[in-house]
Design a protein around this ligand. Structure first.
Ligand code: ARG
Length: 232
């Protein structure tokens, strides 16, 4: 558990899965302990406005909704897509980012040119994500390879163990930037929006989060953070 941004009003705990550059990732010199990324920076703004110290709790992506609904963390900021089954188990803030799933393939391959070509292929996804869900729905003899970390799916693609990876656009760009042999197909696979999750009925935290999201969009902070983490 890493803390940062100290003030005197106690702690507020952000749950995340820090395998999702540029939204949350681990680095030598993070902004909260070893953690950095756009979501961590937004969470710092939320904590600051609440007069609290931000702590980051890192876990598997699939454990996050459970962690916020049992009160283990105060909110989840994890590039998390707002969608109906998640809304049954948590409340979500206003959306703060639009980004869908994209398809990563090896450069030069010719089998997968568009979304339809994913059918009957071996596809890597991060377990429990919307990418996992979308690929699992393809049916047929599509084989879904589920990884705890998106990066591990990318490594298997590099090693020809799978045919493609379906993952959110911004992490896809970060992974492809580090792997010369890979590219992203132009056609997006899904269209999604990210929001921050709180425990069902925790209107105090939800209102505080929405207030900060509104403030940082209005006062230029969000644009600055966008430049730092997304346009970098
Ligand atoms: N947007 C996708 C979803 O909500 C993937 C999010 C993965 N985030 C992460 N921090 N690993 O399912």
């Amino acid at each position: 558990l890493m803390t940062g941004c100290g003030q005197d009003g106690g702690k507020i705990i952000m749950g995340t899965n820090a395998e999702f550059e540029p939204f949350e990732y681990k680095t030598e010199s993070g902004i909260v302990g070893n953690f950095d990324g756009l979501d961590v920076a937004i969470a710092q703004e939320i904590a600051k406005d609440m007069g609290k110290e931000l702590a980051v709790e890192d876990m598997d992506f699939g454990s996050l909704i459970g962690a916020v609904s049992t009160g283990k963390v105060n909110f989840v900021a994890a590039g998390m897509t707002i969608k109906p089954d998640r809304l049954e188990n948590a409340d979500f803030s206003d959306t703060y980012f639009d980004a869908g799933q994209v398809i990563i393939v090896k450069k030069g391959q010719t089998d997968i040119k568009s979304n339809e070509d994913l059918k009957d292929k071996k596809i890597g996804v991060q377990e429990g994500t919307t990418g996992d869900e979308a690929v699992s729905e393809l049916g047929g003899s599509t084989e879904v390879y589920r990884f705890k970390k998106g990066m591990d799916a990318v490594l298997d693609l590099n090693n020809d163990k799978i045919d493609a990876v379906v993952i959110d656009e911004m992490p896809a760009r970060a992974f492809v930037a580090k792997n010369e042999g890979l590219e992203i197909l132009d056609e997006p696979f899904t269209v999604e929006s990210y929001a921050i999750a709180v425990k069902k009925g925790d209107t105090a935290t939800l209102e505080a989060i929405n207030k900060t999201l509104k403030r940082i969009k209005e006062d230029g902070t969000f644009d600055e953070l966008y430049k730092k983490y997304i346009d970098a």
